[in-house]
Design a protein around this ligand. Structure first.
Ligand code: COA
Length: 258
């Protein structure tokens, strides 16, 4: 699977660990990440041996610090922004719709798209060092999948706490509000996630698949296209351009509301 540049796969018997692999940028998710995660899931679904997937981040600091903000600045024009947002939404849907259960092992920052990925997973285990945030409003954006899915997972007000106020949650708070099912000491995270994966792998595959499908009420295509339109429009605003420029130049943004 050497054509996968943004993620690595490691076989642990019936459980495969998928690692987001860009630790020097806190596993920020570049344009190539999104199709590669879909491709990896498709291969694991077809391999006949994988029964559960653990998704984690390389290094000690981050699960993922979210979409690659520097890359956002390179999206030129509405068509490119729309195509990129479509890629992201398709990938979150691929995680939710996968036949395989996907367990997030959150080993540090799960910010923006990283937090959204955790929301798309079926279960979330977190290290006691994990931090969750959807801070896109600070750069003039909104998490296009998080706003659709988070209300069902953590409720509307906690979603607003995260999306509007950009508040960070530590692992303990995240566990309290149901974003995390189990919090473990940092060094035990992967073993704990593998143990859950192995337990699921011993269960009847069709029952697991059917249970997942029945519990996951899909986000309908109307909601997805509404999100796509709203995010594409927002991403074309002057404030978003300013937010992205400020992040890359390591300065505070000056927002004008246009
Ligand atoms: N996109 C692109 N690059 C990112 C990134 C992102 N989302 N998050 C972090 N990076 C890069 C930084 O630019 C930095 O690169 P450099 O070493 O070449 O300067 C490197 O990763 C390390 O990040 P840094 O900010 O120095 O680490 P930190 O520990 O001080 O802060 C965060 C960690 C997560 C608080 C901070 O990186 C951050 O706020 N990131 C953006 C989170 C975000 O808004 N995500 C949503 C995106 S839509």
């Amino acid at each position: 699977m050497s054509d996968l540049t943004e993620i690595t796969l490691a076989d642990h018997g019936a459980v495969t660990v998928v690692t987001i692999d860009r630790p020097d940028k806190l596993n920020a998710l570049g344009v190539d990440f999104w199709p590669q995660l879909r491709e990896a899931l498709a291969r694991l679904e077809a391999d006949g041996t994988t029964r559960a997937v653990v998704l984690t981040g390389a290094g000690d600091k981050a699960f993922s610090a979210g979409g690659d903000i520097a890359g956002f600045g390179e999206l030129d024009g509405i068509a490119a922004r729309r195509a990129f947002q479509t890629e992201c939404l398709r990938t979150f849907a691929a995680v939710e719709e996968s036949r395989l259960p996907v367990i997030a092992a959150v080993n540090g920052y799960a910010f923006g798209g990283g937090c959204e990925l955790a929301l798309a997973c079926d279960l979330v285990l977190a290290s006691d060092r994990a931090t969750f945030a959807m801070p896109e409003s600070a750069i003039g954006l909104v998490p296009g999948f998080g706003v659709l899915r988070a209300p069902a997972v953590i409720g509307r007000h906690w979603t607003k706490w995260m999306v509007l106020a950009g508040e960070r949650l530590d692992a303990e708070q995240a566990e309290r509000i149901g974003l995390v099912q189990r919090r473990v000491p940092h060094e035990d995270l992967l073993d704990a996630a593998l143990a859950v994966g192995e337990r699921i792998a011993r269960a009847a595959p069709l029952a697991v698949e059917t249970g997942k499908r029945m519990i996951n009420r899909g986000i309908d295509s109307g909601e997805t296209s509404w999100s796509l339109d709203a995010i594409t429009l927002l991403q074309s605003s002057e404030d978003t351009a300013e937010g992205i420029a400020a992040f890359t130049q390591k300065r505070s943004p000056r927002f004008e509301g246009r």
